[in-house]
Design a protein around this ligand. Structure first.
Ligand SMILES: NC(=O)c1ccc[n+]([C@@H]2O[C@H](COP(=O)([O-])OP(=O)(O)OC[C@H]3O[C@@H](n4cnc5c(N)ncnc54)[C@H](OP(=O)(O)O)[C@@H]3O)[C@@H](O)[C@H]2O)c1
Length: 316
C-alpha cells in the first residue's frame, strides 16, 4: 500500500477557500487502532466552525488539519491488540478526537477502535457516512439529556436538516407526536420522514402555528435551529416540560421547565443501537448531495448556509 494519500486540509484558521486537497502521508494504525479506508464522510455545520477557528478554545488543533468528523468505510489494517474488527469489515464512526488534526475528509484515517461500530447494512455506504454525528446528536438530545416518552408531543425547530431528519424518525420510533418546523420547501419532506404536523417558519409566528395545531401545551422542544424560532415557541411548552438545545447553551428561558444543552459525544455503543434502528425500523438518511474530495471547501460552504435537506456527504 502507498505511504501517501489524498486528503483535504488547511494550515491555518480562516476563510474556507484556503482548504486545499493534496497529498499527505497516510496514517498508520497504532496500538489499539484500525486504519479505515474512508468511503463516505458526512459534512456538518461544525466543520465550518472548526475551519474558521471558532472552536479553538474548546478543541485544540495541530496543523495541517484534515477536517471531518463523520465516516463510513472499510477496515484496512489492524494495529497491535486491535481485535474487535477484521480487515474488510464495513464500519461507521463519529471521529471527534481530543485534538483536531486527523479528520475524515481523506482517503484514510487511523482511529482507536473504540470509536467504531459496524455500519447499518440496509442502507448505502454513502447514507451511512451521513449518520454518526447527526444520529448521535438527535439520540443524545432526545433520550439522554431529555427523556422523550411515548405519547409526548415534540416540537422540532429545524426538522429538515441532518439532525432534524434523524430526530423526526427517532421520535416516531419512540411513539412521540412530532411537529416539525422548516421552510415551505421542506414541508412534504418532513411528512415523508413521519412528522405528524409541520410548520413553515417563513409563514408567520411559530408559537401561533403550534397553538393552531394542538390545544394543550406541548411536552418537549428540541431546538436545532438558529434565529428566533425558540423565542416564538417557548410559551407553548408546558410547565415542567423539557427543552433541549444544540444551538444555544444559555437561552435564558423560564425556570419552570427543564433545560439541557447537548454537545454531541462519540459513543460507539449508541452507534450500534442506531444501526439496529436503521436496519430494523427502516430509519433512513436521505443524502441531498455528494461531493468529491477536491470540492471539500464548497461542501463546507454549502452546509454553513444551514439550509441543507438531509445530509451532504464527501466520498473520498
Ligand atoms: N451541539 C451539538 O452537538 C450540535 C450537533 C450537531 C449540530 N449542531 C448545530 O445544530 C444546528 C443544526 O444542525 P444540522 O446539521 O441539522 O443543520 P442543517 O442540516 O443545516 O439543518 C438546519 C435546519 O434548520 C432549519 N432552519 C434554518 N433556519 C431556520 C429558522 N429560522 N427557524 C427554524 N428552522 C430553521 C432548516 O430548514 P430550511 O432549510 O427549510 O430553512 C433545516 O431544517 C446547526 O446550527 C449546527 O451547528 C450542534
Amino acid at each position: 500500500m502507498s505511504t501517501s494519500m489524498r486528503a483535504s486540509y488547511f494550515e491555518k484558521f480562516g476563510e474556507l477557500d484556503q482548504i486545499k486537497t493534496g497529498t499527505l502521508e497516510r496514517p498508520e494504525a497504532g496500538e489499539g487502532e484500525v486504519l479505515v479506508r474512508v468511503r463516505a464522510a458526512g459534512v456538518n455545520p461544525v466543520d465550518a466552525a472548526v475551519a474558521r477557528g471558532m472552536l479553538q478554545q474548546a478543541v485544540p488543533a495541530k496543523f495541517p488539519v484534515i477536517p471531518g468528523w463523520d465516516l463510513a468505510g472499510v477496515v484496512e489494517e489492524r494495529g497491535h491488540a486491535a481485535r474487535r474488527f477484521d480487515a474488510g469489515d464495513e464500519v461507521y464512526a463519529y471521529a471527534r478526537r481530543p485534538t483536531v488534526q486527523h479528520g475524515t475528509f481523506a482517503e484514510y484515517v487511523a482511529l482507536p477502535e473504540c470509536y467504531l461500530a459496524r455500519r447499518p447494512g440496509t442502507i448505502t455506504m454513502t447514507e451511512a457516512g451521513g449518520i454518526p454525528l447527526v444520529g448521535l446528536t438527535a439520540y443524545q438530545a432526545l433520550f439522554q439529556a431529555g427523556d422523550l416518552s411515548e405519547g409526548d408531543t415534540l416540537l422540532i425547530l429545524g426538522a429538515s436538516g441532518g439532525v432534524g431528519t434523524m430526530a423526526i424518525q427517532l421520535a416516531k420510533t419512540a411513539g412521540a407526536i412530532v411537529i416539525g418546523v422548516a421552510s415551505e420547501r421542506n414541508q412534504a419532506y418532513m411528512k415523508e420522514l413521519g412528522a405528524d404536523e409541520t410548520i413553515d417558519y417563513t409563514a408567520g409566528n411559530i408559537g401561533e402555528a403550534v397553538r393552531a395545531i394542538v390545544r394543550e401545551d406541548i411536552d418537549f422542544i428540541f431546538h436545532c435551529s438558529r434565529g428566533d424560532s425558540l423565542g416564538q415557541s417557548i410559551d407553548t411548552l408546558k410547565s415542567g416540560g423539557q427543552l433541549v438545545s444544540i444551538t444555544n447553551s444559555q437561552p435564558g428561558v423560564r425556570d419552570d421547565i427543564s433545560f439541557r444543552y447537548v454537545f454531541v459525544e462519540p459513543n460507539a455503543r449508541q452507534l450500534k443501537h442506531l444501526r439496529e434502528l436503521v436496519d430494523k425500523e427502516g430509519i433512513t438518511m436521505p443524502v441531498s448531495r455528494t461531493f468529491d474530495l477536491g470540492d471539500t471547501a464548497e461542501a463546507i460552504r454549502e452546509i454553513e448556509s444551514l439550509h441543507t435537506r438531509g445530509k451532504t456527504v464527501i466520498t473520498p
